[in-house]
Ligand binder design. Structure first.
Ligand SMILES: C[S@@+](CC[C@H](N)C(=O)[O-])C[C@H]1O[C@@H](n2cnc3c(N)ncnc32)[C@H](O)[C@@H]1O
Ligand SMILES: [Zn+2]
Length: 424
């Protein structure tokens, strides 16, 4: 049953005219043959929609974050909790926000109206009229979000699971988001993220990206940086709650929280410089633009330095939030199961370690350390422990399987690798 508060919230929203009960019923296409899928106990029919079971971990993370947000991280937890799924496909996210995250109301939208029977069928286990807990529409996402803003209808969670790397919706999404609300962004544009589409990364996210040895982390930072810039234009700032790269697709996802007021400025927004010659990476702020050099002995090769940005150079995640997500996943029995090759306990545990504020952007692949040290690759765990013993921050990367994140300079990493192999 919808609560009175949820019903009031739903009544206050302006539903698409096509859904008004006063209009004659729309002619519907035949319902698709039932083909039940299930995610964490919620069954649904993907029908003809684009649906990937590989993306279930991304949806798990969204549900966990939305639930924590509903439970206590909102300015007023007594206000009905509203979610908007702007590119819903078959509606699986909308369904999971209703059933698992306890949303009072979900707006499910997909540009394709051919998907209407599938989405409606999946959501129909929840009440619709008169105390409706959901609505389905078929608008372009940016138009839908802009309309919500114009009508002063603000949401707690907005999820835009887009194809490609189109970022045009970001500003409209922030405008339709409650302050302190969550925006879940997606990009599948690996070319831009990895530096093979610099024009498109520039036009979409304002970042000039070139290939670096840790391209998929750069992809996440490009997305967050784009969101930070859009938020700043509107007088807000953002806090990344988690950033998730999944190799299938590949897919880059970030969950950011919209925070009131401009921040100090640009301390987490700048440039990453990588030196091909020595392997060292560094970050530079806007005020250091004229001073970008590596400092290694090799000043002869002008092409050894690659600079990308501006993008997000701050933390990829919020460790406290991730720790709460892991507790909730454990409470719900989600933490230790292997779903499509992903164990949430392992994934969230690695992300928590990655949140160490001492860690700079990027990661170093073990084979690069080994080749520079001219030794066989040291075992990953041994290298991390040795670096920690030396006083450095070091951990695995959830992005690069055979890589470490560390604040140890590359030269010292090489020495430690040689020590491990007893060559020093
Ligand atoms: C990646 S699929 C969504 C998958 C779904 N969110 C899930 O988790 O299974 C992207 C969806 O966006 C829809 N779409 C593409 N461009 C759109 C736009 N500009 N506005 C709204 N929907 C759009 C497509 O029809 C497609 O169903
Ligand atoms: Zn160098």
């Amino acid at each position: 049953m919808a609560t009175p508060a949820a019903a009031a919230a739903a009544a206050a929203l302006s539903f698409p005219r096509a859904l008004s009960p006063r209009l004659p019923p729309r002619r519907r296409r035949a319902e698709p043959a039932s083909c039940a899928h299930s995610e964490r106990g919620v069954s649904f029919d993907p029908g003809s929609a684009f649906y990937r079971s590989d993306s279930a971990a991304g949806r798990d993370l969204a549900v966990l974050a939305a639930t924590l947000h509903r439970r206590g991280r909102r300015p007023d937890p007594s206000v009905p909790f509203l979610c908007l799924d702007a590119m819903c496909g078959c509606g699986v996210r909308a369904l999971r926000y209703l059933e698992q995250a306890g949303a009072d109301f979900v707006w499910a939208n997909d540009a394709s109206d051919a998907l209407r029977p599938v989405i409606v069928n999946n959501l129909s286990r929840f009440e619709r009229a008169p105390n409706r807990r959901w609505v389905v529409s078929h608008l372009d996402a940016t138009r839908l979000l802009a309309e919500r803003y114009l009508r002063r209808e603000y949401f707690d969670v907005i999820d835009v699971d887009s194809f490609g790397g189109d970022a045009e919706y970001i500003r409209a999404a922030f405008l339709a988001l409650r302050i302190r609300g969550l925006l879940y962004m997606t990009s599948t544009d690996w070319r831009s993220a990895r530096g093979y589409g610099s024009r498109s990364s520039l036009s979409s996210y304002g970042a000039y990206v070139r290939p670096l040895p840790y391209p998929n982390e750069v992809g996440l930072r490009m997305l967050i940086g784009g969101a930070a810039r859009e938020a700043a234009i509107l007088g807000f700032h953002i806090a990344p709650l988690f950033s998730y790269y999944a190799y299938h697709g590949p897919i880059y996802r970030v969950m950011v929280q919209l925070c009131n007021g401009k921040q100090d400025g640009i301390s987490n927004y700048g440039f990453i410089c990588h030196c091909k010659s020595c392997g060292q990476s560094q970050t530079f702020g806007f005020d250091e633009l004229g001073q970008i050099t590596c400092g290694c002995a090799d000043t002869t090769d002008a092409n050894s330095i690659t600079v990308v940005g501006p993008l997000w150079t701050g933390p990829l995640h919020d460790a406290t939030f991730l720790t709460e997500m892991l507790s909730l996943a454990t409470e719900w029995g989600w933490a230790n199961t292997i779903e499509n090759g992903v164990t949430l306990e392992k994934l969230l545990g690695t992300m928590i370690e990655e949140s160490d504020s001492r860690l700079p952007p990027g990661y170093i692949r073990l084979d690069e350390i080994a080749s520079r040290a001219k030794v066989n690759s040291p075992p990953l765990g041994t290298l991390i422990n040795s670096l920690r013993k030396e006083g450095y921050a070091a951990c695995r990367s959830h992005i690069g399987a055979n890589a470490i994140k560390t604040n140890c300079p590359i030269g010292s990493c090489i020495e430690v690798a040689r020590e491990i192999r007893n060559l020093r």
